[in-house]
Design a protein around this ligand. Structure first.
Ligand SMILES: Cc1ncc(C[n+]2csc(CCOP(=O)(O)OP(=O)(O)O)c2C)c(N)n1
Length: 571
C-alpha cells in the first residue's frame, strides 16, 4: 500500500465515538444493510449509521426487523443485521433471535442499552438484554468501553458466520456509544482452517457405505449453510444414492433429479419416509435430527448404520446415535469421504424399490371444480409461473406444508421458512429481507390468514421501499393446522381456531398502498397469479381456499415415519 493510500484508509476509518467505532466495524466486515427500529438508547448508533454507507430499512416492528435480517442471512449466506433500542425494542427481537438460533441462521443484533451507571436501577426502558437473550443467541456481548466496542462488534459478526452459524447480539449502553474514542476496530478476525474429520473415522464410514445395500443420504440445512450443495449432489450422483432432505435442507438437492425422494418427517413424502425407515445405511449431513423429522426415535431408521457429518460435535449422537461420527465441515468431509470410498454400493434393487415407493405414494390431491379452490393448486400455479431461482417464504401452519410439498425446489437458498421455532408471522418480513438481499430475484410468500395477521403491518415497509414481492394468503378462515389437530386428536372440538372474523386481505393491502387481489374460484387462479406478479410493487392475493383441506401425508407426533397416514385414511 502506498503512503497516500494508507493515509486515505486511515482517514476513512477515523472514528470519534463508540457508536462510530461500532458502525466502522460493520463496514469493515462488509455489512451492507440493516433492518431496525429507532429509539432512545440506540440513537447514537443510528446517528453514526446514518452517516455511513450502510443502508437502513426501517421496519414497523422489531420482530419484523429480526425476521428480515434472518432471511437476508439465509439468502446471502452473510449475517443479516438488525437493530433495536433497549427494553421493548430488544424484547421485540426475542422471537426473531430464537428463530435464527433454532435454524442456525447467521444474524447480528445491535441493541441500545441504558447508560452503564443506570444499569440495575430499573431505569426507563431497561431490560437485561444479554440475560434475556443468552439462551437464544450463539453468543452475546455487553459493550463496556468505547475503545473496544468496535472490536466487540467485529467479533460478533465473525461469530455469527463461523462454524455452526447463528445469531449474535451486542448490547450497547448509551454512554459507551456516546463516549469519545479515536480507536478504530483493530484486529482482523481469525480465519480458521476448514476442519476435516479424522482420516480413520472417514475410512471406517467409507467402508460401511460401500458395503451398504440400501443406502440413503439425508441432507440437512447444514449442507446449504456449509456451501456443500455441489459436493453433496456430486456424491449422490456418482454413487447412485437416493437423497432425502430435512425441511431446512430443502433446496440442497434438485427435486427434479431421479434420485430425489423429497422431504422427510411429519408431513414428508411417502418415498422419503419409507427410505429412511428401511435403509441399511444413512449418510446424514448437517442435521440435528429434530423430532418433526424423526418421529419417535425408537422407530427411526431401525435397521440403519448412521454416519453423521456435522460441524457441531454437540449435535452428533444427541437425538439419534451415530455409528460413524464425522465432525467437520460438510464440504470438506464429503470430499474426504468421496476419496476414501473403495467402490459405490451395489444398490440397484434399492433404487428400484425407492422408485416403486414414488409411484405408490405420489403427492396428490383432489380438486373437484364445484368445490372451493384447493391450496395445493394455488402453490402449483405460482410455481409453474415463476423461475427456478424464485425465493419462497412462508408463515407457519398448513400453508407452509403445502408450499414445501407442492413447490418444486431445485436450488439452495430459495426456501426461506421458520423450521425449528415454527414462528407464525415469519413470511412477510422474511420476504422483505429476501427481496432486499436479492433484488433481481422474484420473491413470493405463502401465508396463512392467522400468520399474515401477526406481521402484516410490515406491508408498509414493502410499499415504502418499493419491494416487488407477491404474498399469497391461503385463507381458510382458521388457524388451520390447529383446526386439523383438533379434528384428529380432540374429537373435532374447535376451540379458538376458527377465524371467520378476519379482514378482507385485498382491502388491507390497498390500505397500505399495495395492490390487492382475490381468488375465489379455479377460473380466477391463472389470471390473478399473473396480474399479481406483473404488478410492479408489493401485492397481496387473498386466496379463499377450501377450509376443510388438511395436510397429508402425516406422521402423528412421536409416531413411526414408516406408518404415515394418507389423505384417504384421515387421522
Ligand atoms: C407465534 C405462534 N403462535 C402460535 C403458533 C401455534 N400454531 C402453529 S400452526 C398454527 C396455525 C397457523 O394458522 P395460519 O397462519 O392461518 O395457517 P394455516 O395453518 O391455516 O395454513 C398455530 C396457531 C405458532 N406456531 N406460532
Amino acid at each position: 500500500m502506498s503512503e497516500t493510500e494508507s493515509e486515505t484508509r486511515t482517514a476513512e476509518r477515523a472514528v470519534q465515538t463508540g457508536a462510530e467505532a461500532a458502525i466502522s466495524a460493520l463496514e469493515d466486515a462488509g455489512v451492507e444493510v440493516g433492518f431496525g427500529v429507532q429509539g432512545g438508547a440506540i440513537m447514537p448508533v443510528y446517528d453514526a449509521l446514518g452517516q455511513s454507507d450502510i443502508r437502513h430499512v426501517t421496519m414497523a416492528h422489531e420482530q419484523g426487523a429480526a425476521h428480515a435480517a434472518d432471511a437476508y442471512g439465509i439468502v446471502t449466506g452473510e449475517p443479516g443485521l438488525c437493530l433495536a433500542t433497549s427494553g421493548p425494542g430488544a424484547t421485540n427481537l426475542v422471537t426473531g433471535l430464537a428463530d435464527a438460533d433454532m435454524d442456525s441462521d447467521p444474524m447480528v443484533a445491535l441493541t441500545g442499552q441504558v447508560p452503564t451507571d443506570m444499569v440495575g436501577n430499573d431505569a426507563f426502558q431497561e431490560t437485561d438484554t444479554t440475560g434475556v437473550t443468552t439462551p437464544i443467541t450463539k453468543t452475546n456481548y455487553f459493550a463496556t468501553d468505547a475503545g473496544t466496542v468496535g472490536d466487540t462488534v467485529r467479533d460478533a459478526v465473525a461469530a455469527a458466520s463461523e462454524g455452526r452459524q447463528g445469531p449474535t447480539l451486542v448490547d450497547l449502553p448509551k454512554d459507551v456509544t456516546q463516549a469519545e474514542t479515536a480507536t478504530s476496530p483493530s484486529h482482523e478476525p481469525e480465519t480458521k482452517p476448514t476442519p476435516e474429520a479424522p482420516a480413520e473415522a472417514v475410512d471406517e464410514a467409507a467402508r460401511a457405505f460401500a458395503a451398504a445395500e440400501k443406502p440413503v443420504i439425508l441432507a440437512g440445512g447444514g449442507v446449504i449453510k456449509g456451501e456443500a450443495t455441489p459436493e453433496l449432489r456430486q456424491f449422490a450422483v456418482d454413487h447412485g444414492v437416493p437423497v432425502v432432505t430435512t425441511m431446512p435442507g430443502v433446496g440442497a438437492f434438485d427435486e427434479t433429479h431421479p434420485l430425489a425422494l423429497g422431504m422427510a418427517g411429519m408431513h414428508g413424502t411417502g418415498p422419503a419416509n419409507m427410505a429412511l425407515t428401511h435403509c441399511d445405511f444413512m449418510l446424514a449431513v448437517g442435521t440435528r435430527f429434530d423430532d418433526r423429522l424423526t418421529g419417535g426415535v425408537e422407530t427411526f431408521a431401525p435397521a440403519a448404520r448412521i454416519a453423521h457429518i456435522d460441524i457441531d460435535a454437540s449435535e452428533v449422537s444427541k437425538n439419534v446415535h451415530a455409528d460413524y461420527p464425522l465432525i467437520g465441515d460438510a464440504s470438506a468431509v464429503l470430499h474426504q469421504l468421496d476419496s476414501a470410498v473403495p467402490r459405490s454400493p451395489d444398490a440397484a434393487d434399492w433404487q428400484a424399490q425407492c422408485e416403486t415407493w414414488e409411484r405408490e405414494y405420489p403427492m396428490d390431491y383432489d380438486a373437484p371444480e364445484d368445490e372451493p379452490v384447493k391450496p395445493q393448486f394455488v402453490v402449483e400455479a405460482v410455481d409453474e409461473a415463476t423461475a427456478g431461482d424464485t425465493v419462497v417464504t412462508t408463515g407457519v401452519g398448513q400453508h407452509q406444508m403445502w408450499a414445501v410439498q407442492y413447490w418444486t425446489f431445485t436450488e439452495p437458498r430459495t426456501w426461506v421458512s421458520s423450521h425449528g421455532l415454527g414462528t407464525m408471522g415469519y413470511g412477510l418480513p422474511a420476504a422483505i429481507g429476501a427481496k432486499v438481499a436479492a433484488p433481481e430475484r422474484e420473491v413470493v410468500s405463502f401465508e396463512g390468514d392467522g400468520s399474515f395477521l401477526m406481521t402484516c403491518q410490515e406491508l408498509s415497509v414493502a410499499v415504502r421501499e418499493e419491494l416487488d414481492i407477491t404474498v399469497f394468503v391461503l385463507n381458510n378462515e382458521a388457524i388451520g393446522m390447529v383446526r386439523q389437530w383438533q379434528d384428529a386428536f380432540f374429537e373435532g372440538r374447535r376451540t379458538a381456531s376458527e377465524y371467520p372474523w378476519g379482514p378482507d386481505f385485498a382491502t388491507v393491502a390497498e390500505a397500505f398502498g399495495a395492490a390487492g387481489f382475490t381468488i375465489d374460484t379455479y377460473d380466477d387462479v391463472a389470471d390473478t397469479v399473473e396480474a399479481a406478479r406483473e404488478y410492479d410493487g408489493p401485492s397481496v392475493v387473498d386466496c379463499r381456499i377450501d377450509p376443510r383441506e388438511d395436510v397429508y401425508p402425516m406422521v402423528p407426533s412421536g409416531g413411526d415415519n414408516g406408518a404415515f397416514a394418507l389423505r384417504e385414511e384421515h387421522l
